[in-house]
Design a protein around this ligand. Structure first.
Ligand code: NDP
Length: 450
């Protein structure tokens, strides 16, 4: 059956040449699900791999807007509606200058599996633009979002496709995007986008959900491996955006000592424990650089990023949480982390470890909480936001948080069960991929050839 994977991978490589991130994501899934393909020859007969790796639809569009100097700017918008087998397409929007079709497809592909793991009825999608929000004024951001949504609104709807935030798309952008959708459609379609403000249909806990969920998953993984706990462990977290900040908050609530955080320029190392209120002030309010942390904490160190390897991974820690972007943990960084005695990696970002780094961790008995499972709390809470919008009702913080916690516990259980069924030990990367894949394959077979 490994022939089947190799044959399909060959075809995909030929068809998607020039899309390295997409090929990396597909390779990672297909090579880890081989045991399930061995056990289920019907998957090959139904051409499941060929079908699941081909997006149902890719939409690209021009986004034209006017900057503060009156100059016309043109960006490219994307929406990859990858797979709607188990529910409306669902996945975030990324505004970042690096955005291209390969990155959109890798994220859309991963989203199908992640969403399946949540146990909720949501399909997989991703979208965004090569628009760079850094240094743009509020009005420029608003004009860009309005132009982006003017096109995107034709392709989305509460039962069709439901975008949310991702890198560069937070509460401000979601507000502008939703406002433009409502203006054009002239109806209340709250469930058309998630991550909304609490005043107009958002859900409590959505802001915290990805980071909190990551820590709930980590808590379960540690507990299952020798009854370990987060309390007293040192933690380093890359990034200082939405996922990183709330992973830090929950880790601190559970008694861990978070000693480092970063942004794309460098990292802060504070042995005494990161002062999260200061990080929030810099990142959520002032939209500044992490280096500014030293103004209030002169005892902390700032390590500037000079090459491909982020300096944060050179810091000795028990637990490392990459929460910034794809491929941020190189093989070199993985070696350094292992040398320094890391016991667990929790992937808050999507595909943050290069494949060689993941393999290195697993070979050295480091526990890996894989992104598709460990960061699924964000999209799961988005689905809870959609439910509240349909019910025209709000749940309390505690209710949503308890639901999120239960979902993360279940996701961990699903990965464990697949590990047990297929003799994978504690390779939760393979376990999570198989748990998601078998659910999707069943749904695909049930729905006939399409
Ligand atoms: P944010 O935009 O809020 O934060 C991103 C953070 O990562 C910033 O600190 C940013 O630094 C840093 N970063 C971005 N690009 C790079 C880079 N090339 N190298 C180093 N650091 C970088 O995004 P989110 O926190 O929402 O998303 C972070 C990751 O988590 C992404 O992979 C995203 O796909 C994933 N994710 C997010 C979810 C969510 O609910 N938000 C859900 C599931 C996954 P700087 O400010 O310098 O750019």
């Amino acid at each position: 059956m490994s022939d089947y994977v190799d044959e399909v991978l060959e075809k995909i490589k030929a068809k998607n040449a020039g899309e390295p991130e997409y090929l990396q994501a597909v390779d990672e899934v297909l090579t880890t699900i081989k045991p399930a393909l061995e056990k289920h020859p019907e998957y090959r007969e139904s051409a499941i791999l060929e079908r699941i790796t081909e997006p149902e639809r890719i939409i690209t569009f021009r986004v034209t807007w006017v900057d503060d100097n009156g100059k016309i700017q043109v960006n490219r918008g994307f929406r990859v509606q990858f797979n709607g087998l188990i529910g409306p397409y669902k996945g975030g929007l990324r505004f970042d200058k690096s955005v291209n079709q390969s990155i959109m497809k890798f994220l859309g592909f991963e989203q199908i599996f992640k969403n399946a793991l949540t146990g909720l009825p949501i399909g997989g999608a991703k979208g965004g633009s090569d628009f760079d929000p850094k240094g743009k004024s509020d009005m420029e951001i608003m004009r860009f979002c309005q132009s982006f949504m003017t096109e995107l609104q034709r392709h989305i709807g509460p039962d069709v496709d439901v975008p949310a935030g991702d890198i560069g798309v937070g509460a401000r952008e979601i507000g502008y995007l939703y406002g433009q959708y409502r203006r054009i459609r002239d109806r209340y379609d709250g469930g058309v986008i998630t991550g909304k403000g609490l005043e107009y249909g958002g859900s409590l806990v959505r802001t915290e959900a990805t980071g909190y969920g990551l820590i709930y998953f980590m808590r379960e993984m540690l507990k299952a491996n020798g009854g370990q706990i987060l309390e007293g462990k040192t933690v380093t977290i890359s990034g200082s955006g939405n996922v990183a900040i709330y992973a830090c908050e929950k880790a601190q609530m559970l008694g861990a000592n978070v000693i480092a955080m970063s942004d794309s320029a460098g990292c802060i190392y504070d042995k005494n424990g990161i002062d999260l209120a200061v990080v929030k002030q810099i990142k959520e309010i002032e939209r500044g650089r992490i280096k500014e942390y030293l103004k209030t904490h002169p005892d902390a160190e700032y390590l500037e990023r000079t090459g491909e390897d982020s300096p944060i991974w050179n810091i000795k820690t028990d637990i490392a949480l990459p929460c910034a972007t794809q491929n941020e943990v190189t093989l070199n960084s993985a070696k350094k982390l292992v040398e320094n005695g890391v016991i667990a990696i929790g992937e808050g970002a999507n595909m943050p470890c290069v494949k060689e780094a993941t393999d290195y961790f697993l070979e050295h008995n480091v526990l890996v909480a894989p992104a598709k499972a460990a960061n699924a709390g964000g999209v799961a809470t988005s689905a809870i936001e959609m439910s509240q919008n349909s019910m025209r009702y709000y749940l309390s913080f505690e209710q949503v948080d308890n639901m999120l916690d239960a979902i993360m516990v279940n996701i961990f259980k699903s990965a464990c069960e697949a590990c047990a069924t297929y003799g994978l030990g504690t390779n939760y990367v393979a376990g999570a991929n198989i748990a998601a894949f078998t659910k999707l394959a069943k749904a695909m077979i049930a729905q006939g050839i399409n």
